[in-house]
Design a protein around this ligand. Structure first.
Ligand SMILES: Nc1nc2c(ncn2[C@@H]2O[C@H](COP(=O)(O)OP(=O)(O)O)[C@@H](O)[C@H]2O)c(=O)[nH]1
Ligand SMILES: [Mg+2]
Length: 453
């Protein structure tokens, strides 16, 4: 079971308890402990957290206006958020020079391209320097990644000294708002690595030195963060592969302990799989309450690429055209599966929709091309005779057409939920989401039946 699901179970048992006594609290506390320890959070931190919750739960005087249940839930959320990084510093809006450091395989090279793309989307002119002279294929890897997103890359394949690569690149790079240097790692933290980073540092003079860590290091993140910080000074952290590791919670908690602010999370292998980190949002997302803000940000970026407007996504003017665009856009964001997970809707989205293939999507397009504009804008008019006509028109069967309509209706139901969300609470900048409200919204399973005429 993943961290989020376990945490959700623990919190749900508090939320649903009819009797709110010591036994209930102990039970939930144990569940929290199991969840956090399974995610490789240091045992001492876990015990501190649950002891504190247990103490608060039996306190005689409660804050004004809160029931005991509400108080315990709030303390639990607040403490979990704190454990994962609380209100630590957020990634800078306009960094000028970022040096990425970290061990082999931590995700530096991938993150260099992801970060470049992230800031390019925000209107900055970004260039990357390939200063990994240690591994022969390092420059090619970065070339491939950068060419995908048209990110200018500088380097010198013949130069073996990393600091010299930086020196030469800087001479060629004029007029950039942001420069990102990808450095070499080693399999362990060693003096040679420190020496090399120090030399690069002297030449590059970065305002930002970010340590890249794979989530799979779990609580060892603390050791790495401290070692790198003591040697070269680190002011931010990127945790990669949060998508594939069960130890993400441990890595985050460890960074929080060593006061290393986590700026970004790597959430997949694609260049767009990068999220600004915010402990509250992260918690609400993994607990399945949805991270609409993250989705809106992504949707906005994709719109900037000319594909889907977040207004369309939110306003709920939902028809087949929007449906098709959404499917395409969600594919682009990663997979529908991932998007619905971000929204906390995964459990409610039928499996066949989560696994929608390119091929199927192309089939839908063919069918839609046989529809009239009116049919696409008001799919409610699609009765049997129209369905047969459409099928004939595009060489598909009646059941193919019905499948499209079924998927459309399922998606329509899903997006209707977005519409109901108070948009103001979403737009509150940096305000995070009202978790209580989201729980109310997504927690209930409303089964809707659609009938095709
Ligand atoms: N799933 C996933 N894979 C990642 C992520 N970031 C990096 N990777 C993969 O991790 C491996 C090592 O990454 P790389 O950037 O080469 O690490 P480096 O040695 O520190 O430069 C590569 O296979 C990447 O595709 C991430 O956020 N999610
Ligand atoms: Mg690399």
């Amino acid at each position: 079971m993943a961290l989020g699901e376990r945490l959700r179970n623990a919190v749900e048992s508090l939320r649903k308890a009819t009797v709110f006594d010591k036994g209930t609290i102990k039970e939930a506390s144990k569940e929290l402990q199991r969840a956090l320890i399974a995610s490789d959070v240091e045992v001492k931190l876990v015990l501190d957290l649950t002891n504190h919750i247990e103490e608060e739960a039996v306190k005689e005087k409660l804050p004004k206006g809160l029931s005991r249940r509400e108080h315990v839930l709030k303390v639990t959320y607040d403490n979990l958020v704190e454990l994962l990084g609380g209100t630590a510093k957020k990634a800078p809006e306009k960094p000028k020079k970022i040096l990425l450091v970290g061990l082999f395989g931590s995700g530096k090279t991938t993150s260099a391209a992801k970060i470049a793309k992230h800031y390019m989307k925000r209107g900055m002119k970004v260039g990357v320097i390939a200063a990994d002279t240690y591994r022969p294929a390092a420059v090619e890897q970065l070339e491939q990644l950068c060419s995908k997103a048209k990110i200018p890359l500088f380097g010198d394949k013949k130069e073996k000294n990393a600091a010299k690569v930086v020196e030469k690149s800087l001479k060629k790079m004029k007029g950039f708002d942001l420069l990102i240097t990808d450095s070499a790692g080693r399999s362990g933290f060693d003096p040679e690595l420190v020496k090399e980073i120090k030399e690069i540092n002297k030449e590059f003079k970065p305002d930002e030195k970010w340590l890249v860590l794979g989530a799979d290091v779990g609580q060892l993140a603390k050791k790495q963060a401290e070692a790198f910080h003591n040697a070269v000074g680190v002011n931010g952290v990127i945790i990669t592969r949060i998508d594939g590791s069960a130890k993400g919670g441990g890595a985050l908690a460890a960074c929080a302990v060593s006061k290393a602010p986590v700026y970004f999370l790597g959430t997949g292998e694609k260049l767009d799989d990068l999220q600004r980190f915010d402990a509250q949002r992260y918690l609400s997302r993994i607990m399945g309450y949805g991270d609409l803000q993250a989705l809106l940000e992504k949707a906005k970026e994709i719109h900037e690429d000319g594909e889907l407007s977040p207004e369309e996504l939110m306003k709920g003017k939902f028809n087949l055209d929007v449906f098709y665009k959404q499917l395409k856009a969600t594919k682009k964001m990663g997979s529908l599966s991932k998007v619905s997970e971000m929204l906390g809707l995964k459990m409610q989205v039928p499996k066949e929709m989560l696994d929608m293939t390119e091929e199927k999507l192309d089939g839908f397009k063919v069918i839609m091309d046989s529809m009239t504009v009116q049919e696409k804008q008001n799919p409610e008019v699609l009765n049997r005779s129209r369905i047969i006509r459409i099928g004939k028109g595009c060489g598909k069967t009646e059941s193919d057409v019905r499948e499209l309509i079924k998927s459309y209706k399922q998606m329509a139901g899903m997006f209707k939920r977005f519409k109901n969300i108070d948009e103001k609470s979403l737009q509150k900048k940096g305000g995070g989401l009202d978790m209580q409200k989201l729980v109310g919204m997504f927690g209930k399973k409303k089964k809707k039946k659609f009938k095709i005429r």
